[in-house]
Design a protein around this ligand. Structure first.
Ligand code: G3H
Length: 262
């Protein structure tokens, strides 16, 4: 098995203005000494309006954490009011962009075809997509969650070459676990993350599947991260609520790095 470095990405969702963003990034950076970054990659994913401030801070203070955006336009430029393009995000120094988050699928009606176009837009501009897949509670109750997530994964990657797939980060986020405090068990997370990796192996080859990081997301906290990352196919987490508290997030990152706590 490839040694995949865990990634902890904090998705702030629609929270924190740019002043608050600076304060939170400083808090995280202060709490996490350089040695932790050897064992875990840490990213913050603030709202668009905060990214320039985060960029200035990260570049100015040579911080080891990276950052990204919560969405990307499928288009490069033009009359698309309200959209933010890949070239703009690349110019802001973003490493990551979240694509296909269930909140975008649900509240903005993003379908698999649009998610696929956004994944391509991200890769075209050198951004790493954090591609989210996950089932709603009804699907889990029917017992078809693995097939559902695998279908979302393949649809989002449609038309990509294996070498492009290597650059994607996949995040399994069961919708019923997001912001609910109802975390999937480590075994639940492993079941789907493992199945997604197997699907990648079937379609793009074992070597690519082995290299791709598969994260879990949904009510991840410092209290449950250690057991989640112990699973063979869980390579970190996409964290919502717990990423808004600097101390808690730093603790969570340290635990994903194998501890000890800062
Ligand atoms: O992107 C993050 C996920 O939606 C998880 O959010 P949560 O940690 O608040 O449940």
């Amino acid at each position: 098995m490839a040694s995949r470095k865990p990634l902890i990405a904090g998705n702030w969702k629609m929270n924190l203005n740019h002043f608050e963003a600076i304060a939170l990034v400083q808090k995280i950076a202060f709490a996490l000494p350089a040695k932790y970054f050897e064992k875990v990659d840490v990213a913050v994913i603030p709202p668009f309006t905060d990214i320039r401030s985060v960029q200035t801070l990260v570049d100015g203070d040579k911080l080891l954490l990276t950052y990204g955006a919560q969405d990307i336009s499928a288009h490069d430029a033009g009359a698309y009011t309200g959209e933010v393009s890949g070239p703009m995000l690349a110019k802001l120094g973003c490493t990551f962009v979240v694509v296909g988050h269930s909140e975008r699928r649900e509240y903005h009606h993003e379908d698999d075809e649009l998610v696929n176009r956004k994944v391509r837009a991200a890769l075209k501009h050198g951004l790493t997509p954090i591609l989210c897949v996950g089932e709603r509670i009804e699907v889990r109750e029917q017992g078809t969650h693995v097939e559902h997530c695998a279908a979302q994964l393949l649809a989002a990657l449609k038309g990509l070459k294996a070498e492009q797939v290597r650059q994607v980060v996949v995040a399994y986020e069961p919708v019923w676990a997001i912001g609910t405090g109802r975390v999937a068990t480590p075994a639940d997370a492993q079941e789907v993350c493992g199945a997604l990796r197997a699907k990648l192996a079937e379609k793009y080859g074992a070597e690519i599947a082995d290299a791709v990081r598969v994260l879990y997301g949904g009510s991840v906290k410092s209290g449950n991260i250690a057991d989640l990352v112990k699973q063979d196919d869980v390579d970190g987490a996409l964290v919502g609520g717990a990423s808004l508290d600097g101390e808690e997030f730093a603790k969570l990152c340290a635990l994903a790095a194998g501890g000890p706590l800062p």
